[in-house]
Each structure stands twice: as C-alpha cells, then as structure tokens.
Write a protein that binds this ligand. Sequence first.
Ligand code: LLP
Length: 444
Amino acid sequence: MPTLDPALTPVLPRTAELTPEGHLALGGCDAVDLAREFGTPLYVFDEEELRETCRAYREAFASRYEQSAVVYAAKSYLGRWLAALVAEEGLGMDVVSGGELAVARSAGFPLERVLFHGSNKSAQELREAVEAGIGRIVIDNFHELSLLDDIAGDLGKRQPVLLRVSPNVDPHTHVKTTTGVLDTKFGFAIEGGQAEEAVVQALARSNLELLGLHCHLGSPIFELDPYRQANDVMIAFAARMGERHGLELREYSPGGGFAVQVLRGEPAPSPGDYAEAVVDSLRAALAREGLGEPSLTVEPGRAIVARAGVALYPVGARKELAGVRTYVSVDGGMADNIRPALYEARYEALVANRAAEPPAERVTIAGKYCESGDVLIKDIELPKLWAGDVLALPASGAYCLSMASNYNMSPRPAVVLVREGRARLVRRRETYDDLMRADVWGEA
Ligand code: LLP
C-alpha cells in the first residue's frame, strides 16, 4: 500500500491522507477535486486541525496555569470565518489595526477578549477601539500613552492597558522578525529608563488603568530559553516597579512567536513544551521576586493556523538549463506568499495528483510574477513535474494570505474550509472588478 511520505506528516494537517488514486486528501476532500472545483491558486484550511490546535494551546496553558488566556494573533491570518471559529474555541484575539478590529467586530468577536497592539496606532484607531469597548490596549510608546489618555477621557472611559516593554532578549530568529531586542521600534526599553518612565506616566493618567506588562521577542522562536530569559527580566522589572512606584502586576504577557514545523526533519517544540517553559520560569521568577500570580496571556499566531493551511498551485511552464537548474513555474507566487522572497523562508511541497510518487529530480519552484526573486522553493527533490500537475505547499496557513497583495494586478486566491469530506468556500477568488473597485477615475 503506498502512503504519504511519513516525513511530511508533521507539516500536513492531521487529516491528510492518500486516496486510492494516489491523490492528496485534506479533511476528507480530494485536493485535486478542490483545485478543479474552486480554481487555483487555492488555500485549503482544515477545520479539524484548526480546532484541535486551538484546544491543544488552551489546554497546555490552562492545565498548568489556571489564570491563563490564549489570544490568537490575527495578523497571521484573518477572515470572519476564522474569527468566529477562534471565538468558539475560547481564544481571545490580538489585533494590530483598525481593519483587523473591524473584521473581528463584524464576526461578533467578544471584544473584552481582544488586545490591541501596534507601534503607531492612529488617533482614529484608538478612538474606535475605546468606543467599541476593547479588552486591553497595549501601549507601545509615549506618544500613544498621552493620546490614548486624552481619547479615553474624551469618551468618558477608563481604558485597561498593558505596557509593551522590550526586555533585550535575542530569540535567535530572522532579523526582520526580531522585536524584543534593544534596537527595535517596538515598546519601551528597560535600559535607559524609558520603561520605568512609562510606568510612572501610565499610573499617573486618570483615564488609563494599568493592568500589567507585555513583551514579544519575535518569531518564529524554536528555542525555549528566550522565553525563560524574558520572564526573568520582565518579572524582575515588575518587582522593581512595584517597590518604587506601586505597580501591581495583574496581567503579564510574554507575547507569541511559538514555532511550527514547516520542513521535514526540523521539528518545533510542542504546545506543552512552550507552556511548560513559560509557566515554570514565570512561577520561579514570581517566587524569587516575592510577587503574587498575575493572569497570563500568550499570543500565538502561526502556531494556531500554519499547519491547517495548504496552498494548491497548478504547474505550468518548465525551463531546463542543463547543468544549471530546472525551473518549474506555478500559477501563484510572491503575491500570495511573499515569505520566501522576504525572509528566505523555506517550504516543503508535494504533487497532489501523484502524492505517493518518489522524487525523481531536483527543481526550483518559481512563481509567476515579474521578478527574478519570485521563487517559492529553491532546490527541492520532487517527482518529475508537468503542466497540469497540482503542487501542494503545506504549512501555508500563516502569513501567506495575510501578507498577500494584488501585485501584477493579480486577484487574490479563494479560501475553502474542509471537514469530513465537505468543502465550504469561505472567501471567493477576487475578480478583475475587485481590482478596480476602489479606482474612482472617470467617475463624476
Ligand atoms: N504578538 C505580537 C505582539 C506580535 O508582534 C506577533 C507577531 C505575534 C504575537 C504573533 O507571532 P507568531 O506567533 O505568529 O509568530 N510576517 C512574519 C511574522 C511577523 C510577526 C509579527 N508579529 C512571518 O511571516 O513570519
């Protein structure tokens, strides 16, 4: 009996299987049929995988730390369907823009469970958030601190807030996604006294209710130690602020950044591994500093959605350069997944219509967009590919669609949700009309 390559099992949704025809199936749906029915490129999300992952994270933290909340980082991917699903699974949501907040609101997401992040929130975004009754706003800088105090005062509200502090811990990830070091645009640095000054100011503002502290080191973080180090630094800082200024740490968030396995043979820690590292080091630091237990908020984004999403691309052109390289082009690329071009991110791939076939050649998978840098996968061993084959890229659920663009005036892909043999269109493919919808040229 042929099977899917077991080395790919950890990067595919848990429902992935091989059909008798040798096709890849997701959530009981044949991926080749999905590509035919809904068109390509197509993003397929597996509902069971999503729900199980939400539960695994909730359980991993709740079983170790009662007062804990898992808040989904919506920047990794957001649609109204996903907001509704995440709410049903008991998670909160981290939004970073008025737009993400608008989507959450329109899906009826419980706003008391929403946190608002961002290094330069506008006055309008802050006003919208306060008016809507958002759970917490995470203040990033002095400008925002006074702006938010004024806005909350104007609206006659006292807004619960956290302060984002940079603990100066290096998470050893890509430089473009490292955030918790000293030289970053995010948050108040402890070194030099800005974070202390922010605590003093926030406590003095009558329209802000300072609940606690937040940090986010970067992502994806494959190591556990950076979380331990950050907890030590942050809790020691909280204790100093308590002694000097009366800060009471009621909530603490070490952010997100939990990694997922994207490549064969490169596993990531499990939800339980992350929860244990975070909770154990937090408890130890609190005990050392003589502090009581604050509520704990974590913000995984990719760890919730990456594995549930598989991108399907049809194969087109083939260019063989003897002794140099073979390019195989797909109908998709940097407009729907900019991560390889932006961060040298790597992906696995399999041929959805010949999913059990062993590799036969080394190729480079190129996108269709007008740039040499539009390469989805450099050098991968695959069965020989021909026009009409359907290429599946696993672990594409995070930061592909949310960073997608209309580059080269390309309509963004459709999204389907699969479960138990049924496929539901949750976002239709954009049309040429969509591309011109906001273009008001020629209108009176
Ligand atoms: N919390 C905060 C404050 C964040 O800034 C982020 C991500 C997260 C949570 C969620 O991180 P995650 O768990 O998803 O790793 N576009 C990049 C990632 C940038 C992430 C920015 N902030 C990528 O494609 O990898």
